[in-house]
Design a protein. Structure first.
Length: 104
């Protein structure tokens, strides 16, 4: 298989992978809620993108290099929104001590 065909297959895979992050990013932004997202998963994704980026950089696979840069950036956006919205939610919740069980 020639290099152009291989790069095209990689580019298709990259765009499908990136497209899977966009709806989650849009929903998180629209609802201003990231409670359903796992911070641990997002951090592991970032580590994965980092190692994957190093790997495809060494292979000189430009479609995947682009995908890892953009995918990592979208994951950083999701993690930032999660931390921000979780902090905002925590600030809006009443303190547990101010409302003890059984109080009227």
């Amino acid at each position: 298989m020639d290099k152009l065909t291989i790069e095209f297959i990689g580019l298709v895979a990259v765009f499908i992978g990136l497209a899977s992050l966009v709806p989650q990013l849009a929903k998180t932004w629209r609802t201003r809620s990231a409670g359903d997202l796992s911070a641990a998963w997002l951090m592991l994704q970032l580590v994965s993108y980092g190692f994957g980026f190093a790997y495809v950089l060494l292979l000189d696979a430009w479609a995947s290099i682009f995908g890892h840069i953009v995918g990592g950036s979208l994951t950083v956006c999701l993690l930032t929104l999660k931390l921000r919205f979780d902090a905002e939610d925590a600030g809006r919740r009443p303190a547990a001590a101010s409302n003890p069980p059984g109080a009227i």
